[in-house]
Ligand binder design. Structure first.
Ligand code: AMP
Length: 411
């Protein structure tokens, strides 16, 4: 058998590991600053958790879930998204007694999509959710937080916030019926993929990238005509808030999002730097979903961002987290090596040694890796009980006692 990884999956190492660690650090700090609690849920759940809320006719449920029968005949699914597992966790752990609940998480999601740049079958998401309030201030807070996180991680990238409102569930239902009737009349002019969605999921025809669909959609009924005054005001308040905070956005009435549970506010941060998979972060309201899953009838809102897509836009990170290399000339000095390693460990100074008893080889490795300092132990150092420390940037070498090393490296 030829050794290979599964299509649509990838190993993360080197530079990408460092980028992911930085993303996690920034996200965690921002979450703390905004009082979101971290939550981790299992990678798999009972399949029935996803089918209804995501939509029996959504692409994810129809084609993309990794589901399998456990030995006891229970159907399990690798989580394709994080909102439903988070709600499940909030309900089963009684976290909804005190509202609002603000939670976040990072982790792997699984969807059997056609792999391409920025689209994988196993990928990592950042998720933020607020349960238990329909105040527009929560919508605003989450959008602002998304903007803040993206700006902090990608200071040199351009992305733009797209905003839309889908109205409440009853308005949306009426709108979907209107859309179905509209597209039915023009069925022959739609792409094959969109033809299949006329009855089941007409909203998705609106955000199709196919030129034929775009043409037909341009004259489709506009969602704004179906939205209540209350919803319009909710949306207006969010826009006023964004104006107040000087966060730019475009109103995009074709923005619908892929899953059935969305209603009211929906938003996406898009970039032109990634090709067709251009959404970095997307989310919206899902009032009603928590009730559908068996919890109290409280509203909710959240977003998810793709870590791989963010990472693709990041500048390279500084790879030198090692402060010193060791260079040893002879096996005789093994106890000195153990001593210096113990000292470095106890003082939280990062170090590396290549297990070679050869000064030249160790020094050239340190040079190659652009390391600043090398601690040298040779005959002179051994006989006279000191350490030589060479600064590879300046070439200057100093003789130090063990207890002087920390101060020297920190100065
Ligand atoms: P969604 O859950 O589909 O709203 O996606 C939220 C975000 O997750 C997207 O904006 C992407 O950044 C990321 N994402 C979704 N699907 C994939 C995928 N198949 N591969 C990589 N990233 C993805």
């Amino acid at each position: 058998m030829k050794l290979r990884s599964v299509r649509g999956t990838h190993d993360i190492f080197g530079e990408n590991i460092r980028k992911n660690a930085l993303i996690e650090k920034i996200v965690t700090r921002k979450a703390e600053l905004n009082s979101f609690q971290k939550i981790e849920t299992p990678i798999f759940e009972f399949s029935e958790l996803f089918a209804k809320p995501l939509g029996e006719q959504s692409d994810v449920v129809l084609k993309e879930m990794y589901s399998f029968k456990d030995r006891n005949e229970e159907m399990l699914t690798l989580r394709p998204e994080y909102t439903t597992p988070m709600i499940r966790a909030a309900i089963t752990n009684n976290l909804l007694n005190e509202l609002p609940l603000k939670i976040f998480g990072l982790g792997a999601m699984f969807r059997r999509e056609r792999p391409q740049k920025g689209r994988y079958r196993q990928f990592n998401q950042i998720n933020f959710e607020i349960f238990g309030t329909n105040d527009f201030m929560a919508d605003l807070e989450l959008i602002v937080l998304g903007n803040d996180i993206l700006k902090s991680i990608l200071p040199n990238s351009k992305f733009i916030l797209n905003l839309n409102t889908l109205g409440q569930k009853n308005n949306l239902k009426e709108y979907k019926n209107k859309l179905t009737n509209y597209f039915k009349d023009k069925k022959e002019k739609l792409s094959d993929e969109s033809k299949e969605k006329i009855l089941s999921n007409p909203l998705r025809i609106l955000d199709s990238n196919n030129d034929k669909d775009i043409m037909i959609s341009s004259n489709a009924p506009n969602i704004q005509e179906f939205i209540s005054t209350e919803e319009k005001n909710h949306f207006l308040d969010i826009k006023k808030g964004l104006d107040f905070l000087k966060i730019k956005y475009v109103e995009n009435n074709k923005l619908v999002r892929g899953l059935d549970y969305y209603c009211s506010t929906v938003f996406e941060f898009k970039t032109s730097e990634l090709g067709s998979q251009n959404t970095l972060l997307g989310g919206g309201r899902y009032d009603g979903l928590i009730g559908v899953l068996g919890g109290p009838d409280i509203p909710g809102i959240g977003w998810a961002a793709g870590i791989e897509r963010i990472s693709m836009l990041m500048n390279s990170t500084n790879s030198n987290f090692t402060k010193v290399h060791l260079a040893i000339s002879d096996k005789k000095y093994r106890s000195q090596i153990q001593n210096i390693m113990k000292y470095l460990r106890e003082n939280n100074i990062s170090f590396y040694w290549n297990y070679k008893y050869n000064l030249k080889k160790s020094l050239s490795k340190a040079n190659f890796n652009k390391i600043e300092y090398v601690i040298i132990i040779g005959e002179d150092e051994f006989n006279n009980n000191f350490y030589s420390i060479r600064n590879l940037n300046t070439g200057k070498q100093s003789k130090l006692n063990e207890n002087e090393i920390k101060k020297f490296l920190n100065d």
